[in-house]
Design a protein around this ligand. Structure first.
Ligand code: ADE
Ligand code: ZN
Length: 326
C-alpha cells in the first residue's frame, strides 16, 4: 500500500480547492486582529469548534460568515500564500484554485482587491516555491443569474489573471441551466468552464446531463453520481473530461467518502482526480485525501500514480507544461 511518504513525494496537481476554504483558525484570528474585527471566538479552539457541520448547507452557514475577516488585498494574498506553501510541501506542483468574488463584493470588498491579492500570491509562489497556480472565478449558484452576469463583466479587466469560470455554493434548486447565459459568455471570453455537481443532491444526474449536453463544460467538480448513468459515463470518458473528487469532503457532507464510486470510475478509465475542496474545514489537505481514499479502497501504488497522472491530464496547463509531468 502507498505510504504517506510515497503520496507526498508524488508530483500532483490540485484542481478542486476553494481558497476561502483554506482559512485556518490561526489566520482567521490574525486577520480579525489586524482588521479590528471583533469575533465571538477568542482562541483557535473556539474557532475550530465552529468549523462543524454534517451537510453542505450547514457547512456553508459557517463558511460565508467566516470570510468577514478577509478585507484587504493583503488579506487575500496571505490566504493564498499560506495555502500554496502548504500544498507545495505536500508535493502539489500545480494548483487551479476557486475563489468566490460575490462572497466579498457583496460585503463591499472591491473585486480588484480580491483578484489582485490572490494573483500576487500565485506569482510569488511560482518564484519562491516552484509551484504553478491559476485562479477560477466561481459564481455563487444561490445568487441570481443577474449577479453572476455582473460578476463576469467585473472580471473582464482581469481576464489575463483568471483561467476559468466555475459554479459553487448551494445546488438545491439552482441547476446549471440557470447560468447558461453567463457560461456561454464566459466561453466567448476564452475562459475554461467547470461546474460543481455535488454528490448529495437529489436529481444531480439531471444536472450532470445539463453540464455535459447543454452547457458543454471542460471539467466537472465532484460529479461522482455520473456512475448512475452508463451513457453519461461514456460521454465523460470519450471527451476525456476530468472529475475533481474530494473524498474527505464527501465524508463530511454525506457520511460517505464515495470511495466505491470513485474507484469504479477510475477502473472504467474516467479521469478521476483527488482533491481537498475546503481543507481548513474538512481537516485534510490533498495528501490526506489520497491517504484516506487509498486506505478506504485498498488502492495500490499504481492506482495512486494513475490518480496523480489524471490530475495533470485534467488540468488546464498547456500541453508543453503537462508533458513535463506525464
Ligand atoms: N463552496 C465551497 N465549498 C463548496 C462545496 N463543497 N460545495 C459547494 N460549494 C462550495
Ligand atoms: Zn467544491
Amino acid at each position: 500500500p502507498p505510504t504517506p511518504e510515497f503520496i507526498a513525494g508524488l508530483p500532483k496537481a490540485e484542481l478542486h480547492l476553494h481558497l476561502e476554504g483554506t482559512l485556518e483558525p490561526e489566520l482567521k484570528l490574525q486577520l480579525a486582529a489586524r482588521n479590528g474585527i471583533e469575533l465571538d471566538q477568542k482562541s483557535v479552539e473556539e474557532v475550530r469548534a465552529t468549523y462543524e457541520f454534517d451537510s453542505l448547507a450547514s457547512f456553508l452557514a459557517v463558511y460565508y460568515p467566516a470570510m468577514n475577516v478577509l478585507q484587504t488585498e493583503r488579506d487575500f494574498y496571505d490566504l493564498a500564500h499560506a495555502y500554496l506553501q502548504r500544498a507545495a510541501a505536500e508535493g502539489v506542483r500545480h494548483a487551479e484554485m476557486f475563489f468566490d468574488p460575490q462572497a466579498h463584493t457583496s460585503r463591499g470588498v472591491p473585486f480588484e482587491a480580491v483578484v489582485t491579492g490572490y494573483h500576487r500570491a500565485t506569482v510569488d509562489a511560482r518564484d519562491s516555491l516552484g509551484i504553478s497556480s491559476a485562479l477560477i472565478l466561481c459564481f455563487l449558484r444561490d445568487h441570481s443569474a443577474e449577479s453572476a452576469a455582473e460578476t463576469l463583466e467585473a472580471s473582464v479587466p482581469f481576464r489575463d489573471l483568471i483561467v476559468g469560470v466555475g459554479l459553487d455554493s448551494d445546488e438545491r434548486d439552482n441547476p446549471p441551466s440557470k447560468f447558461a447565459e453567463s457560461f456561454a459568455r464566459a466561453r466567448e471570453l476564452g475562459y475554461r468552464l467547470t461546474m460543481h455537481c455535488d454528490i448529495d443532491q437529489v436529481g444531480s444526474i439531471e444536472n450532470i446531463r445539463q453540464v455535459l449536453e447543454d452547457i458543454g463544460v471542460d471539467r466537472i467538480d465532484h460529479g461522482t453520481n455520473v456512475v448512475e448513468d452508463p451513457r453519461l459515463v461514456d460521454a465523460v470518458r470519450e471527451r476525456g473530461l476530468g472529475l475533481t473528487c474530494c473524498p474527505v469532503s464527501n465524508s463530511f457532507v454525506t457520511d460517505d467518502m464515495k470511495a466505491t464510486e470513485i474507484v469504479d470510475l477510475l477502473r472504467q478509465g474516467v479521469k478521476v482526480t483527488v482533491n481537498s475542496d475546503d481543507p481548513a474545514y474538512f481537516g485534510a489537505y490533498v495528501a490526506g485525501n489520497y491517504e484516506a481514499l487509498a486506505a478506504k479502497a485498498g488502492l495500490s501504488r499504481d492506482d495512486v500514480v494513475q490518480l496523480a497522472r489524471n490530475s495533470f491530464e485534467a488540468s488546464w496547463l498547456d500541453d508543453a507544461d503537462k508533458a513535463r509531468y506525464l
